[in-house]
Design a protein around this ligand. Structure first.
Ligand SMILES: Nc1ncnc2c1ncn2[C@@H]1O[C@H](COP(=O)(O)OP(=O)(O)O)[C@@H](O)[C@H]1O
Ligand SMILES: [Mg+2]
Length: 253
């Protein structure tokens, strides 16, 4: 793969006050790559993902996304860094396990509320773009409905459409299907496959080993705040190099 690196994390450290939960985590992601992060509960997957767009502030280490670099060296979080983080976040969309839709707004208005659209000038063009995104995730027919009337899978797809409305180049997903039954989860994962075909760069934290194995370009195994190993799924999921990874694979398969 010769695609350019669009996101990199170097030696990220994070301590919430009870010992490090990220102990120097590094990762490079290329344009169009689909990366699955797997590992036992509590090993730091969510913290790492949140550090990539500064929903959590790493204590030390450097993140670069789409050319925006923020280097942390243990000091206080400064307003200049917050300014950079804001810029970085315009490139990096995020979807959570709980769908976080606004319950008092229709699906369409949830998508239209994306900050880029709020700032935009042409209401008709924004509406058309929002509808196109809902079409892409298979929700055009329910655009006028409220989140409460949708299935979990539909709500999650609406959350993806809302994140896409910011026109991010990179999407992060933290266990997007963990609250869903398998059939509905498949609809969400299919949206990720479509985005992958279109060249979107995506990082997903998941317990879905089958998706990690079948859909990813790269699988990263984390344990105890470290990346233990990373590689193509045919190696990492089938014949991992480290005993720790093999043990984890045995517990989940
Ligand atoms: N905001 C927080 N404050 C204190 N501890 C936290 C916070 N977020 C996560 N942790 C701790 O950091 C560790 C890693 O958590 P997390 O990143 O959520 O793991 P994972 O997503 O792999 O299950 C856990 O021990 C968790 O309790
Ligand atoms: Mg988590």
């Amino acid at each position: 793969m010769n695609d350019p690196v669009v996101l990199s994390a170097e030696q990220l450290h994070k301590d919430f006050g009870e010992g490090e939960v990220l102990c120097g985590v590094s990762m490079q992601v290329r344009k169009g790559e689909l990366v699955s992060i797997i590992g036992p509960s509590g090993c730091g997957k969510s913290t790492f993902l949140r550090c990539l767009n500064f929903l959590e502030i790493p204590d030390r280490g450097t993140v670069t996304a789409m050319g925006v670099t923020i280097a942390r060296n243990g000091g206080p979080w400064r307003s200049a860094e917050e300014h950079l983080a804001h810029r970085l976040r315009t490139h990096v969309g995020m979807v959570f396990q709980s769908f976080n839709l606004f319950p008092h707004l229709s699906v369409l208005d949830n998508v239209l509320l994306a900050p880029r659209v709020v700032k935009g000038g042409n209401a008709e063009a924004d509406r058309e773009e929002a509808m196109a995104l809902l079409e892409k995730v298979g929700l055009a027919k329910v655009a006028q409905r409220y989140p409460v009337s949708l299935s979990g899978g539909q709500q999650q797809r609406a959350a993806i459409a809302r994140a896409l409305a910011m026109r991010p180049e990179i999407m992060l997903y933290d266990e997007p299907t963990s609250a869903l039954d398998p059939i509905v989860a498949e609809e969400v994962l299919n949206v990720m496959r479509t985005l992958d075909d279109e060249g979107m760069t995506q990082i997903i934290v998941t317990h879905d080993m089958r998706f990690a194995e079948v859909a990813s370009d790269t699988v990263v195994f984390m344990d105890g705040g470290h990346v233990i190993e990373a590689g193509p799924p045919e190696v990492l999921c089938v014949n991992p190099a480290h005993e720790q990874t093999r043990r984890f694979m045995r517990t989940v398969l």
